[in-house]
Design a protein around this ligand. Sequence first.
Ligand SMILES: Cc1cc2nc3c(=O)[nH]c(=O)nc-3n(C[C@H](O)[C@H](O)[C@H](O)COP(=O)(O)OP(=O)(O)OC[C@H]3O[C@@H](n4cnc5c(N)ncnc54)[C@H](O)[C@@H]3O)c2cc1C
Length: 454
Amino acid sequence: MSDGRDTSGTRRVSAVGKRERERRGPSRYVDPAEQTDSHARCYPRRWRHRHAHVPSRAGACRSHETPPGSVRSFVIVGSGFAGYTAARDIRRRDKDSRITMVTSDDGSFYSKPALSNLFSIARKNSHFRVTSAAEMERELSLTVLANTAVRAIHPASCVVETEEALLEYSELILAVGASARPLSVRGDAQDSICYVNDLESSIDFKNRLHEGCRITIVGAGLVGCEFANDLAAAGWPVDVVDIAEQPLAAILPPRCGQYVRDRLEAIGVRFHLGRSVDSIERTERGLSIALQGGTVLDAHVVLGATGLLPRVELAKAAGLRVSRAIVVDGHLRTSNGRIYALGDCAEVLGSWRPFISTITMSSRALVAAIFAQVAPVQPMLRMITLKTPTCPVVAVLRDRSGGVAEWTFHEGNEGLQAFVRDSAGRLCEYVLCGSEVTRHPELFRTVEKPSCLP
Ligand SMILES: Cc1cc2nc3c(=O)[nH]c(=O)nc-3n(C[C@H](O)[C@H](O)[C@H](O)COP(=O)(O)OP(=O)(O)OC[C@H]3O[C@@H](n4cnc5c(N)ncnc54)[C@H](O)[C@@H]3O)c2cc1C
């Protein structure tokens, strides 16, 4: 049962909790004094999170196998899409495992991609849905330790250390995401640059907008273009700066990027491409943004959207293998057999793809691996949906190891289609722009899955 209720309709969280409490006795939290690990011994004796799942034996983390019949104790670090997707996939397979989620934010669940569409959501009178940590605990029968940062991982003893508690795991899933890449520019206004990477920063950004305000977005990738569309459609004057010659240069073939650019310009977005930002200075009127080559833009708010930096510090300090992100294999396993990484913090089979579809597919492989059904991640098709209502885009792309794809294009009155076919004429990748996105379900059924291609 995945809805957290038993056959009598009672919520499983309380039923399991009661059984577990009876089984364990009053207190079996790892006492720092019992720990052999030197970090753990330094640990303050404050046990606020008495409800967190209980470690069994400190220092017992040696084997990669959980003995048959024993209840697994998952610790998931991070409550973003990756953390909750993993929790949901675990619950689909197993209702008895203990799952404790530790997160430095408030543990609520919401659609992060929708943060770049807040004005269009408001225009449609829809709500931005936020599900509280308490609701998620009930739905998935787990414990959320909110506003609790993990400070260290001790792989030798299978223990995660927070400020408040030591949590022992049988399996640890790192889903710590990535931070916005800070802009490195000259000038005295670095601290005025906004970055939207979670609900709080999105509210902060929205609060800075005021009547008559001009916005400059640095970065014309997915997030930059979605914000440009949302803000311009809501009536704000928007400039977009990028060092690349086309918007969406890292995702789409240039002609598709140009197509999106034309549509966004038609609603008033001004692009400054092939330029980098030299400096941002405070002025009496707001901010002055100097671009390389001499152009100066006036703005009141600057949004930085130049990419992400995977959070690798915890993994690195724990001795896990880290490259651009936390290195994991096709089962999402790190260099330690009991620790997995998923989402924006993970580099799967050498490829770092910070997208929702990557998380959905990887989480299934991770959970299958844990429950001993060996099904490594397959070479993936990435599906990217651009939420630019002025010019919607769906891209279905393959991970390629080198080589340039040969695209063919078909442009009609209402949209643009781009295809990559192999030498036998089979459809391998496609991008649909404008009203052509309606063809996506039909094409997705026929596109060759990468594992089928030579
Ligand atoms: C504005 C915007 C629009 C987007 N649009 C799209 C889109 O259209 N399509 C798409 O595929 N993707 C999109 N993305 C990307 C997508 O949202 C991310 O790939 C995805 O949400 C990442 O989820 P995550 O769980 O890996 O990371 P996050 O959501 O960043 O979650 C990380 C979690 O880890 C916690 N954490 C970090 N460090 C610690 C610590 N030390 N201790 C405890 N907890 C910790 C954080 O509090 C957080 O809960 C968009 C992103 C943004 C910002």
